[in-house]
Design a protein around this ligand. Sequence first.
Ligand code: CA
Length: 242
Amino acid sequence: MKARVHGLTDVGRRRENNQDQLLVDEQRDVYAIADGMGGHAAGEVASSIAIQALAETIKDASEEEANQFLVDAFQEGNRRICESVLARGEWRGMGTTIVALVRRDDRVIIGHVGDSRSYVLRDGALVQLTDDHSWVAEQVRMGLLTNEEAHKHPMRNIVTRAMGNRVELEVDVSEQPIQPGDVFLLCSDGLNSMLGDEQISEILSCHQADPVEACRALIDAANEHGGDDNITVIVLATANSD
Ligand code: CA
């Protein structure tokens, strides 16, 4: 099944540095976004290590074992970040989210840690494929906050799972069959904190034939709504059946 893909990152309107990193490897059909956190440029270090570990692990992975290689790549990234923290005191507290998508024939495998997200636009409806590992998302899942309350909550930036926080890393991996015309989106929270699902859905629908345009439009819209954080998006549009 053919697909067109594009990725784009932007510092946003309020931050001086971009701590997001992305990987677009069309040859191996692996795509990822990492959103780093930590002062003294440590956030950039953490997200770079995570993406680097993924890129290196891909090279040795066989075609069949995509699920396991994502877990292995995330564990490797986590191990390297923890080691770097031990080596340099000023990097203490650094960490990163990661969301990765691997395409294999007629399915995608998605792995994530933290609050970077994956969505699919399918038959005109936007569906979130990842559950945020964040404090507000946990409150929503327990029925203690509504989505609207979570969106504005002062603790909305608290991530409950990230690479670099502890030696043991729990990774969520899921699989999705691809339906013709599916448009997959990966993003850092700089997108979905500025735009609601409806706005994201509208932009993706409008530009689903052109991932380059879709990425540009998503980032422009997030910036128009404030651009409070770094914004990174990857759009993968699969071909229609006809
Ligand atoms: Ca962010």
